[in-house]
Design a protein around this ligand. Structure first.
Ligand SMILES: [Zn+2]
Length: 342
């Protein structure tokens, strides 16, 4: 039985098309999910436009932000049954013996392979998922929202685990993409005053971000950062898809402040790090997420403390993946969601 899938088939630009793929055969530790919804991620767009920084196993079904219903359970799977509503983490393959995995930090296992680049992802009807990365979703949380647990976990890690925010802190978030907006929302939950910074073409996305109670700044955030005592913002979350924005972060941060860098890009930097030293700044990278973060974010989504509805720009059938990708790429919407059963 074959189903249409959004497949990235080669490293060249725009090598994405609909292909018919076989229904996956599951292993003893896996479940088969019928995908209800799958979010389009900036990284799916990067693979489409071929400006990504990670190795891809071509051909591969795209999509790693997804939720659905279990329709088949492997022989050795415990605690899950057919009919369960779930979302899945992204670490499809990890090495159980890697020292990082053994410390519970399997997101940092260098051999980790994720959905949508390392193994077939969820932009199709059925996806095979190891049961160790499943999480339950309440009936009251629609899959259009639940499928965005993954980017929320990226934000949670960058803002909560890899940074330190106290109520009343002034926090600048660079980059008003999905991750930037969710980081701003998360910093608000931590009790910070937050400014989200973008460029003129980001005006629409910045407008959406205001619903999370943050300032929206186009261009220079220096004045906002200095407003309180002239020394700079307490922390900077750099969620722009480039390395060079680190320069802006170093300009805006106060002495003894911190920078949490979650946005990345392969282009090199062209400046020195003197400010990092002189200001005694902590520079922290943030990558992916793990089980405990997922449980916490699902709790926030279920309780309504974190609401992803404002960022959802629409739901498209798989066959209209191109429009969904294009709308997000152009910034017309923050987040596109696909539905394989539409
Ligand atoms: Zn993602």
């Amino acid at each position: 039985m074959k189903s249409p899938a959004v497949v990235n088939f080669a490293p060249a630009k725009h090598s994405v098309e609909i292909r018919e793929v076989e229904r996956p055969i599951i292993g003893d530790e896996d479940v088969l999910l019928e995908v209800a919804n799958v979010g389009v991620c900036g990284s799916d767009l990067h693979q489409w436009t071929a400006d990504h920084s990670w190795p891809v196993n071509y051909p591969v079904v795209l999509g790693h932000e997804f939720g659905g219903t279990i329709i088949e359970v492997g022989k050795h799977v415990e605690g899950w049954q057919e009919g369960d509503r779930v979302v899945s983490e992204t670490a499809a393959i990890i090495s159980q013996n890697n020292p990082m995995t053994r410390r519970g930090m399997y997101n940092l296992d260098p051999t980790r392979k994720g959905f949508g680049y390392g193994v077939n992802g969820a932009m199709t009807r059925f996806v095979r998922v190891p049961s160790r990365i499943l999480h339950s979703v309440l009936d009251s949380l629609p899959f259009e929202q639940a499928c965005l647990t993954e980017p929320c976990c990226v934000a949670y890690n960058a803002v909560v685990r890899n940074a330190r925010i106290e109520p009343g802190d002034r926090i600048v978030v660079l980059g008003p993409g999905t991750i930037g907006i969710l980081c701003a929302a998360m910093a608000r939950l931590c009790g910070a005053q937050v400014a989200l910074v973008g460029l003129e073409p980001d005006r629409h996305r910045l407008e959406i971000a205001k619903q999370y109670g943050c300032e929206a700044i186009i261009g220079d955030a220096k004045a906002w950062s200095m407003e309180r005592d002239g020394l700079g913002a307490d922390g900077i979350i750099d969620a722009a898809g480039a390395s060079v924005t680190l320069k802006i972060a170093l300009d805006l941060v106060r002495p003894a402040g911190w920078i949490s860098k979650v946005g990345w890009g392969p282009q090199p930097l062209g400046f020195n790090l003197d400010q990092l030293v002189q200001k005694n700044v902590t520079l922290q990278g943030s990558f992916s997420h793990h089980w405990a973060i997922w449980e916490r974010v699902i709790a926030l989504l279920s309780s309504g403390q974190l609401d992803v509805k404002p960022i959802i720009g629409g739901v498209w059938p798989i066959s209209q993946w191109h429009e969904a990708f294009e709308k997000m790429h152009s910034g017309a919407v923050v987040k596109s969601v696909l539905c394989p059963t539409l």
